[in-house]
Design a protein. Sequence first.
Length: 215
Amino acid sequence: MNVLLDNFALFREGFLGTVELTALSGAIALVLGVIMAAFRVSPVPPLRWFGTVWVTLLRNTPLTLLFFVAALVLPRLGLNTWSFFQLAVLALSCYTSAFICEAVRSGMNTVPLGQAEAARSLGMTFGQTLRLIILPQATRTVVAPIGSLLIALAKNSAIAGGFSVFELFSVQKTLGEKGYNIFVIFIWVAVAYLIITLFISAVFRLLETRLAVAR
């Protein structure tokens, strides 16, 4: 307990860093994921190809490699004014968006094709059909998978600690260098991650329940 109490400010800073990293990356990943899912079902071939390349490339690239690209390559391409935190958000959000895209697309596929055809026969555009007909119904089936992906995102954010971003995993490194018991440090870091993941799980469980009642 002394490890936590004596270094509470450090743990708090790391906890807030992980929360901020997860929240920003998750929000951007959700937006990108929905956009890419729309691209993948778009009637415009170039958009479908772009969405397919995006998903295939990011889902099959190790997240650590994406961090190296963000931290070492992008600054040489003109993003040298970006902080390591911003680059970490970019890497995490792009990586997670590929998985969210596939989750959303699978939800779209649960909507009967006849509904889209009926919308087109009424003169609705692809964007209107997607926004008013398909996505509202697909949302009910993708809440749980997206919740799991955001929980994975919270845990994946630990990689940012190796790229000069201060978060929970950085607390472990800092206190380990000061000679504290590494086992006790890991216990408190694990508890902090557990709090974050349980909160995300509770939020999405509530969303899933409310959407189920609305059927």
